[in-house]
Design a protein around this ligand. Structure first.
Ligand SMILES: [Zn+2]
Length: 110
């Protein structure tokens, strides 16, 4: 298939991120002409689309399954009995209590 200058321009502008109406104005054609042209070229497989599309951030960032000892879950703080997000089984003190002065005295409970 021979490409006319207009077709090349349409594809170039499309790949540069222009809209069909912008391209239409540039080639002095109706928006629908540009849309049809692009659709036709896509169907014919002569139009390699390199236009960059923004991708939604991947939601597949799941960590591999942690073993039970390192299961992150809400646990009751041994000192103040509040629920807190504990990073592992042995982590039984909330941040507040860990940071408190008598942390060492709590440790002796174990
Ligand atoms: Zn606590």
């Amino acid at each position: 298939m021979e490409w006319t200058e207009r077709e090349i321009l349409i594809v170039d502008m499309w790949n540069a991120g222009k809209t069909c109406s912008e391209i239409g104005r540039a080639v002095k054609k109706a928006t629908i002409f540009v849309e049809n042209k692009l659709a036709f070229m896509r169907r014919r497989g002569v139009f390699v689309e390199v236009r960059v599309k923004p991708r939604p951030p991947s939601s597949r960032n799941k960590k591999p399954a942690a073993d039970k000892a390192h299961e992150i879950k809400k646990r009751k703080c041994l000192r103040c009995a509040k629920l807190f997000l504990s990073e592992w089984k042995g982590n039984r003190l909330c941040v507040n209590c860990k940071g408190s002065k008598d942390f060492s005295s709590v440790l002796s409970v174990y």
